[in-house]
Design a protein around this ligand. Structure first.
Ligand SMILES: [Zn+2]
Length: 300
C-alpha cells in the first residue's frame, strides 16, 4: 500500500490549519468584538456615570438656584411687606395729620381765647350751633337758655353728677348774644344805676357768655343775686369736680386780673381743665400759646 503519510499529513494539516485559522479568525474576531464591546460598554458606563454625575451636579445647582430664588423671593417679599407697612404707616400718619388739621380748621379758635375789656369778641360773633338746656337744671324752668351744642354733653354730665351727689346746682345764665348782653347791661344800668352796673355786671365775662360755652350757676337758695354763692356746698362741689367735665372758674378768688366771680364757669375741654387743676394754674394766668395747644382736644 502506497500510503503518502507526508502528503496526507500535509493535507490534513492544511485542513486543520485552515479550520484552525477559521476558528482563530472567528474566535479571535469574536474575542476582539467581545473585548471591544466590553470596552464600549465600559466606556458607555463611564459616560453614563459621568453624565449622571454631571446631571446630579446640574440638578444640585438647579436646586441651589431654586432655593436661591426662593430666598430672594422671601427677601423681596419681606422688603415689599416692610415697605408696604412703612407706606401704610406713613399714609396713616398723613391721614392722622390731615384729620387733625381738618378737625383744627373746624374748631373755633375763639373757644380757647382769653378776653378782657380791651380784647373781646366782635358783635357779629355767635356759636356755630346751640343746644337748649333741659329745664330740669334751670333756676327758672320757663327760661329758654342755650349752650354751645358741642359742649352741652359735658354740661349735662356735670349737672347730672352734681344731682347724683345731692347738690342742688342750677343754671341761671348761659349763652348771651351781643344784643342780649347789651340789653341786660342796660337793664342793670336802669335798675342799679350805671356806676353799680359797671362794677358787677360784668364786662369781664361778656365775651365768654357770647361764646356759648360759659355758665352762671346758682342754687335755689342763693337765686339770682349770687349773694354768698361762694359759701354754698354747690360752689365747693364745683371747685372739686367741675374740671372733670372740662369747666374752669374764669375769675377765681384772689386772682390778680378780675373781680372774683364764683358762679361764672367756662368750658375749655377736659384736657386743659385737668392740666390747670394739676398745675394749680388759672386760665387767665396761662400763656395764650399754651392754651392754644388744647384747642384740638377741646371736645374730646
Ligand atoms: Zn357769667
Amino acid at each position: 500500500m502506497n500510503f503518502n503519510f507526508t502528503k496526507y499529513k500535509t493535507k490534513e494539516n492544511k485542513k486543520i490549519a485552515i479550520i484552525a485559522i477559521i476558528i482563530a479568525i472567528i474566535a479571535g474576531g469574536s474575542e476582539y468584538q467581545y473585548y471591544s464591546l466590553i470596552i464600549k460598554i465600559d466606556d458607555n458606563n463611564k459616560k453614563i456615570a459621568s453624565t449622571t454625575t454631571e446631571f446630579e451636579v446640574r440638578i444640585k445647582s438647579l436646586e441651589d438656584g431654586v432655593i436661591g430664588v426662593k430666598n430672594d423671593n422671601k427677601t423681596l417679599s419681606d422688603v415689599v411687606q416692610s415697605k408696604t407697612s412703612s407706606y401704610d404707616a406713613q399714609i396713616g400718619n398723613i391721614a392722622g395729620t390731615v384729620g387733625s388739621l381738618d378737625k383744627l380748621s373746624k374748631t373755633d379758635p375763639q373757644l380757647i381765647e382769653k378776653y378782657s375789656k380791651v380784647f373781646f369778641l366782635n358783635e357779629h360773633y355767635s356759636p356755630s350751633t346751640l343746644a337748649t338746656i333741659t329745664p330740669e337744671f334751670l333756676l327758672n324752668e320757663e327760661a329758654r337758655l342755650q349752650f354751645h351744642a358741642s359742649a352741652y354733653p359735658f354740661l349735662l354730665k356735670l349737672l347730672q353728677s352734681a344731682k347724683n351727689d345731692k347738690i342742688e346746682l342750677k343754671v341761671i345764665s348761659a349763652y348771651r348774644s351781643f344784643g342780649k348782653q347789651s340789653s341786660l347791661k342796660k337793664s342793670y344800668n336802669f335798675i342799679y344805676g350805671a356806676g353799680t352796673a359797671n362794677q358787677f355786671s360784668a364786662d369781664q365775662g361778656y365775651s365768654e357768655h357770647q361764646l356759648g360755652t360759659t355758665i352762671d350757676f346758682t342754687t335755689p337758695e342763693v337765686g339770682s343775686s349770687f349773694n354768698n354763692f361762694e359759701k354754698t356746698e354747690a360752689y365747693d362741689w364745683l371747685l372739686n369736680n367741675a374740671y372733670k367735665y372740662g369747666f374752669i372758674l374764669s375769675y377765681p378768688e384772689k386772682n390778680t386780673y378780675y373781680e372774683f366771680e364764683p358762679w361764672h364757669w367756662r368750658f375749655v375741654g377736659v384736657d386743659l381743665a385737668q392740666k390747670l387743676e394739676r398745675e394749680h394754674m388759672t386760665f387767665y394766668n396761662t400763656d395764650q400759646r399754651e392754651l392754644d395747644k388744647y384747642l384740638l382736644l377741646i371736645f374730646n
